[in-house]
Design a binder for this molecule. Structure first.
Ligand code: GDP
Length: 324
């Protein structure tokens, strides 16, 4: 099967405060993007008033890190999907996981796995996703890395992980300093054999499967989440599974009840770092957003009008929220 070697789609899942935001910031920083969320907002807004006027620049539910491999290989776009750690968010966790091909399980080196770690890991294992364990905050004076790794193995066993899932790679990190290593540091220290996140990026590239697709298949793109924008109205977040979604194109919108309407893609957006930017085309494996379909719902499919084939509906175990 043809493969999009230039894309990896991954979710970082963690108990609150274990360092997800800090890690994503460090990834953006190393990939040459901007330092912190607030700064990104300010800079993008200030630098492009037209975009601000049109309301296109909105904080994304996904972050795209463009990584240039150290060996000089082609750049890879790592799409990081945000998934809430809380059970309250119900279907949002499943929906986030339906967009990705692996998860990074981030665990605090002192606190170990906590209830939200368990909740999201269970969902990830049920979705049959490979896992990368990242032990964060190895610098904490009260770090107890060996115990925390063992507790995580116990959790996998308890949640009936498959043998493959339990053979997860382990990365040790101090996200605060943007440092990761495959070698276990001493408790209470930052990894000593690395001064950046390179080992983490390499593990991502090796472990997260690159999206595969059928080159002869007609367009199929799956609506996995919704967002709202003052100017553009309802925005559907999609993962393109097969074919290409193009700006201006007319596509078949296959609704939850099976009925089909033809609609035009008036706005196609793709994420760069933390902001959505107008795009011309999204291919297989890409995560994108479209505006201009006011009543579109989660789980629905955008397809080829000549050959409309629906993707499976995603279970939504919470009431559909009305957004304008
Ligand atoms: P999130 O809730 O998972 O997004 O967690 P944050 O990224 O907001 O981090 C929670 C707290 O942990 C913040 O005060 C961070 O500064 C701190 N933190 C993150 N990474 C590290 C680390 O590697 N070492 C230490 N000591 N603190 C960290």
């Amino acid at each position: 099967m043809p493969t999009r070697h230039d894309i990896r789609n991954v979710a970082i899942v963690a108990h609150v405060d274990h360092g997800k935001t800090t890690l994503v910031d460090a990834m953006l920083k190393q990939a040459g993007a901007f330092a912190a969320h607030q700064q990104v907002d300010d800079r993008v807004m200030d630098s492009n008033d037209l975009e601000r006027e049109k309301g296109i620049t909105i904080l994304a539910k996904n972050t795209a890190v463009k990584y240039h491999p150290a060996d000089g290989g082609d750049p890879v776009t790592i799409n990081i999907i945000d998934t809430p750690g809380h059970a309250d968010f119900g279907g949002e966790v499943e929906r986030g996981l339906s967009m990705v091909d692996a998860v990074v399980l981030l665990v605090d080196a002192s606190e170990g796995p906590l209830p939200q770690t368990r909740f999201v890991l269970r969902k990830a294992l049920q979705a049959k996703l490979p896992v990368i364990l990242c032990i964060n905050k190895t610098d904490r004076p009260d770090a107890r890395i060996d115990e925390v790794v063992n507790e995580t193995y116990d959790l996998f066993l308890d949640l009936d992980a498959t043998e493959e899932q339990i053979e997860f790679p382990i990365v040790y990190a101090c996200a605060r300093d943007g440092i990761a290593s495959l070698n276990k540091p001493e408790d209470g220290t930052v990894p000593a054999d690395s001064d950046n996140l390179q080992p983490f990026f390499s593990t991502l590239l090796d472990t997260v499967p690159a999206p595969e697709y059928d080159a002869s298949a007609p367009l199929q793109a799956h609506v996995t989440n919704l967002d709202a924008d003052n100017f553009l109205g309802r925005i559907a977040l999609l993962r393109v599974e097969q074919g290409e979604l193009k700006k201006g194109q007319t596509v078949a919108w296959i609704k939850r009840d099976g009925s089909i309407s033809n609609v035009r893609i008036t706005e196609l957006l793709m994420t760069e770092a933390l902001t959505r930017k107008p795009a011309e085309v999204a291919g297989p494996g890409d995560i994108c957003a479209v505006a201009g379909i006011p009543d579109i719902m989660i789980g629905e499919t955008l397809a080829d009008p000549e050959n409309p084939i629906a993707l499976p509906l995603i279970t939504v175990d919470e009431p559909a929220i009305s957004m304008t």
